[in-house]
Ligand binder design. Structure first.
Ligand code: ZN
Length: 143
């Protein structure tokens, strides 16, 4: 990848920070989500990300905050956990976006790009060998 790739540069610091968390760094797309992400492409995924982020974490007091984001079922969900934008507490911790206020369009836009960039990077890695079994939620402790 080119050193001056804009997305690469823009998200350099946050990806560096996330890579130091074994919890965040342990997320990978499931086989099904990989296939889905490849089929949709980045432009569509970004639209999905905007929509899901707006509905699930965009409000000042999101419904079921802290539990609203499944770990898989859509590549955006997995990416949200991996990038610290799964709930308002994680958003505050990782991105400094204050709780109890609605997210701005600009913040949603930034997070959507981040999520899509994470998906792009995950797809660039070799497919995980171990299959994620039904009922298994996270695959974090067996690298
Ligand atoms: Zn969270």
């Amino acid at each position: 990848m080119a050193v001056n790739d804009p997305a690469e540069q823009k998200f350099k610091d946050i990806f560096e920070k996330l890579s130091r968390s074994s919890f965040r760094a342990g997320f990978r797309l499931s086989k099904t989500d990989r296939q889905y992400a490849i089929a949709k492409g980045q432009t569509v995924l970004k639209e999905h990300a905007k929509d899901l982020l707006t509905k699930r974490i965009g409000q000042a007091e999101p419904k079921n905050d802290g539990k609203q984001t499944p770990t898989k079922g859509h590549p955006v969900f997995t990416a949200q956990h991996a990038t610290g934008c799964c709930c308002r507490s994680c958003l505050q911790k990782w991105h400094g976006f204050e709780k109890h206020v609605p997210l701005t369009q600009e913040q949603i836009g930034y997070l959507s790009e981040l999520v899509v960039e994470w998906i792009r990077r995950d797809l660039a890695k070799p497919e995980p060998k171990r299959r994620i079994r039904k009922g298994e939620t996270l695959d974090l402790f067996n690298p």
